[in-house]
Design a protein around this ligand. Structure first.
Ligand code: GTP
Length: 322
């Protein structure tokens, strides 16, 4: 049995207004919420029980995932009345795992806004083989200036956690999936705002704990901005388009460039949809053109509309700043 915690309680401010009514991890990527892609990856790696650590718009998760049995998982929920930060969220969620004293069952923690096809089972195996306190997935990026970087020594041990900087000393970054020995959770203060990246990890390195990097450059994307969200959805569509089977698409409509159409949509004659995410329950009338845009759930798009590089809902239309 391997246990997991999925961090899904952030405000997703960089994705506003997309995250006004939908928490970032519930935004659709190729027609499925980011969290659902992550649950399936967790299941493939042998995780059996997973706690969703929720806060912002916490009510949205339970009706969708229920007890998790549809995915062959035991899904549980932990709610923070006010956000406790990534470290505080881990502490709060761990209570729902009912850990036995002295357990050394690995606990896998996921940032809820990352798409990654790295070999999670191998990351867990290496963690156990090293008898590590924490094993982090690390990946290389071309430009590490937007990220904190994580140098490792020749044995793969993490030597520091460095904040964002103009001239990063390495392009190896924290990819947002961690395997914890349960004793690490005991080091985090309860009911306190704590950041795992800024507080917990640097303190563990300073204390000489065994923090290892699992370095793998598989497909990896942080979907935290509109541009990245649209790109991630295109990547996972694997073709020109993906349409939920409950939607109706006119024969003359053209769907292109990795567009995805959610459940219960109606797409009229001569509509063009390119490089876009269309959420569930959207009606798009005849002759409209939608490119590189995000269409919120239940939007109604009148005839001959042109929506280019925009967020569109019935109440608000705004540029995505792609
Ligand atoms: P921005 O506001 O746009 O930076 O997004 P964010 O709020 O999601 O923050 P960030 O990208 O740093 O968060 C990384 C992951 O941790 C995301 O999956 C968040 O949902 C999650 N997260 C961040 N803060 C909290 C928190 O206080 N509680 C919980 N439960 N999850 C959090």
């Amino acid at each position: 049995m391997t246990l997991g915690i999925l961090l899904v309680g952030g405000m997703g401010t960089r994705l506003m207004p997309l995250t006004r009514d939908t928490p970032k991890p519930m935004l659709p990527i190729a027609g499925l919420p980011v969290t659902e892609h992550q649950l399936m990856a967790a299941k493939r790696a042998g995780i059996t029980t997973i706690v969703l650590a929720t806060s912002y718009l916490s009510d949205v998760f339970t009706p969708y995932f229920g007890d998790g049995s549809q995915w062959g998982l035991d899904v549980r929920y932990a709610v923070e009345e006010s956000p406790l930060g990534t470290g505080g969220a881990i502490k709060n969620a761990a209570a729902a795992l009912n850990l036995k004293a002295g357990s050394d069952e690995p606990i896998v923690i996921f940032n809820g806004d990352v798409l990654s096809s790295h070999n999670l089972a191998k990351q867990i195996q290496e963690h156990v083989a090293h008898n590590a306190d924490v094993t982090l997935h690390l990946t290389h990026v071309e430009d590490a200036r937007a990220y904190g970087c994580v140098p490792v020594d020749e044995s793969g041990r993490v030597t520091a956690f460095l904040e964002k900087m103009e001239n990063p000393i390495t392009n190896t970054i924290n990819a947002g999936s961690y395997v914890f020995h349960p004793s690490v959770i005991e080091t985090i203060a309860a009911n306190t705002v704590v950041s795992v990246e800024r507080d917990v990890f640097p303190a563990l390195v300073t204390a000489g704990k065994k923090i290892y990097g699992y370095i793998e450059d598989a497909y990896w994307l942080d979907i935290g901005t509109p541009r990245a969200l649209l790109a991630g959805s295109k990547h996972l569509v694997y073709g020109d388009f993906k349409v939920d089977p409950t939607s109706t698409i006119a024969a003359s409509a053209k769907l292109q460039d990795g567009s995805s159409i959610g459940a219960g949509c109606e797409v009229g004659d001569d509509v063009v949809i390119s490089g876009s995410i269309v959420c569930a329950g959207v009606v798009i009338e005849t002759g409209s053109e939608i490119r590189n845009s995000f269409i919120a759930p239940n939007s109604h798009i009148p005839k001959d509309s042109k929506i280019i590089g925009n967020y569109y809902s019935n109440e608000l239309i705004s540029p995505l700043n792609l």
